[in-house]
Design a binder for this molecule. Structure first.
Ligand code: ADP
Ligand code: ASP
Ligand code: MG
Length: 462
């Protein structure tokens, strides 16, 4: 059994859904299909929530009408009249419900994270109904399954965490019997609900995570992430001119890259696959014949050095200095307890005898954090920084690597440099305005001279 997840651009219009049908048809294995909202719909729904919160009832309802029209137009995919009428009626009902919610929220001018989740879930609910009907119409037995009944989460609206055992049980009772009966279940990604039935979402880009959770619950043989690029690329194509495809990655490499900005994969996706050793494949729905990227437990052979570089932009650096840190123990604990109390993850950390520097990308609690740190340290913050990192399982095989990376970044003002004990990445922090320059320079150094003359064979000298 395989799980096939199609992202927003892979369901964005009639032509995209037709490609999806072709891809699902080609694979004879039992399949589960997971889809995102149509491209840009999640953004539009979030904007609708903002309009409602601002009390702009007309603006919010006009936005709902536009989304309704776009989804009804997609029903043209379906040629069988009864099926099309059924799809249009289901879509009308969904958007009538959304309209009522948005109207009510605009009256009270308040959109809580809980109501925002209720609004934003309509994107995946609508797209999954359309794709299920389109597959059926194309002669592939398929059935819409409300993902909120299957994916059980905690109540952290906007970034809910899955309840894996409960989700496994629901997948077993609601999804597996369909697959066993030769039917393709079609579920929306990204959405779930609490045990009490409140709609939740997994955070932006979370459909990948849903696919992996369903894949793990079904012990699938493979999880496929169908998107709009040829796989994991050696760098973000929006930052670097012509990155290459990385054919093979280890779970660790993929999760580091995802965490440090490779948007093609939600950072949590790999997690459910790791325990069960389920391979994850990233594939291009525009070029289904391309090989894509295969992510498995083991790294591939090949060349030492980074497999790819990534960047995370718009992060804040916080410098925390204490003269009392000299020879003091307990200082780091106090510092990190503050971040823990404010539930703010720290990405990069460097320390010296008298100071600690950290980066965060979630600034919501920054004022509170700085206030508490100032009770025992001097603190300064710098917005507008970025993390650039080179990732590779075999970085440790190359004694010259740090020199080569820093050499490629020569002349750029590096605010922090860090290499972890596991050495699957080397990370630098620098002003955001210099990210493009840094990434291009690293990319030229490691991926555009092929083969890299200084690279040792991968696997040599660990
Ligand atoms: P989907 O809608 O299919 O989930 P996303 O927009 O979430 O697609 O992710 C795909 C996009 O991720 C690509 O179009 C690309 O711009 C971006 N991206 C960033 N870094 C990378 C990378 N290293 N490799 C591939 N794509 C990347
Ligand atoms: N539709 C959601 C988003 O845009 C989830 C996803 O696409 O993975 O964030
Ligand atoms: Mg995505």
């Amino acid at each position: 059994m395989i799980v096939m997840k199609f992202g927003g651009t892979s369901v964005k219009d009639v032509a995209a859904v037709q490609r999806l049908i072709g891809i699902v048809r080609r694979d004879p294995r039992p399949r589960v299909v997971v889809v995102s909202a149509l491209s840009k719909v999640t953004d539009a729904l979030l904007e609708t929530g903002r309009l409602a919160e601002a009390g702009d009832a007309n603006g919010a309802r006009e936005a709902v009408r536009a989304l309704h029209r776009r989804h009804v137009d997609m029903a043209a995919l379906v040629s069988q009249p009864n099926r099309r009428a059924e799809l249009v009626a289901a879509t009308d009902a969904l958007f009538a419900e959304l309209d009522a919610i948005v109207h009510a929220l605009a009256v009270v001018e308040e959109v809580t994270p809980r109501s925002a989740d209720a609004i934003v879930a309509f994107g995946e609910l609508a797209s999954s109904r359309i794709v299920a009907a389109a597959l059926e119409d194309a002669g592939i037995p398929a059935r819409f399954v409300d993902a909120r009944k299957v994916l059980v989460t905690d109540a952290a609206h906007g970034a809910a965490q899955p309840d894996r055992p409960a989700t496994e049980e629901r997948t077993g009772s609601l999804v597996r019997p369909l697959v066993d009966g030769g039917v393709v279940p079609v579920l929306g990604g990204f959405i779930g609900s609490t045990a009490g039935g409140l709609t939740t979402t997994l955070g932006r880009g979370g459909s990948d995570y849903s696919a992996a959770l369903f894949g793990a619950a079904l012990a699938a043989e493979e999880i496929q992430i169908w998107t709009d690029v040829d796989g994991m690329l050696t760098a973000d194509p929006r930052v670097v001119g012509s990155p290459r495809v990385v054919p093979r990655l280890s779970f660790d490499e993929a999760s580091e890259l995802a965490y440090f900005g490779a948007k093609v994969l939600h950072p949590s996706t790999i997690l459910p696959a790791v325990g069960l050793g389920i391979p994850v494949r990233i594939l291009n729905s525009h070029r289904p014949e391309a090989k894509g990227t295969l992510i498995t437990a083991q790294a591939d052979g090949g060349v030492a050095g980074p497999v790819a570089i990534a960047c995370k932009r718009g992060v804040t650096r916080i410098d925390i200095a204490s003269s009392r840190m000299l020879m003091a123990y307990g200082f780091l604990r106090r510092v990190f307890e503050v971040f823990e109390r404010f539930r703010t993850p720290v990405d990069v950390v460097t320390t010296s005898e008298v100071s600690v520097s950290v980066t965060i990308d979630d600034r919501r609690a920054l004022d509170g954090i700085v206030g508490e740190l100032r009770a025992f340290a001097d603190v300064s913050c710098d917005d507008g920084m970025a993390i650039v990192c080179a990732v590779g399982e075999r970085l440790r095989g190359d004694a010259q690597l740090a020199t080569r990376i820093l050499g490629a970044l020569e002349g750029l003002p590096l605010a922090m440099v860090s290499q972890g004990g596991s050495r699957t990445n080397i990370t630098v922090v620098l002003p955001d305005a210099l990210v493009k320059e840094a990434m291009e320079s690293l990319h030229r150094r490691f991926f555009e001279t092929s083969p890299d003359p200084e690279a040792a064979p991968r696997g040599a000298a660990a």
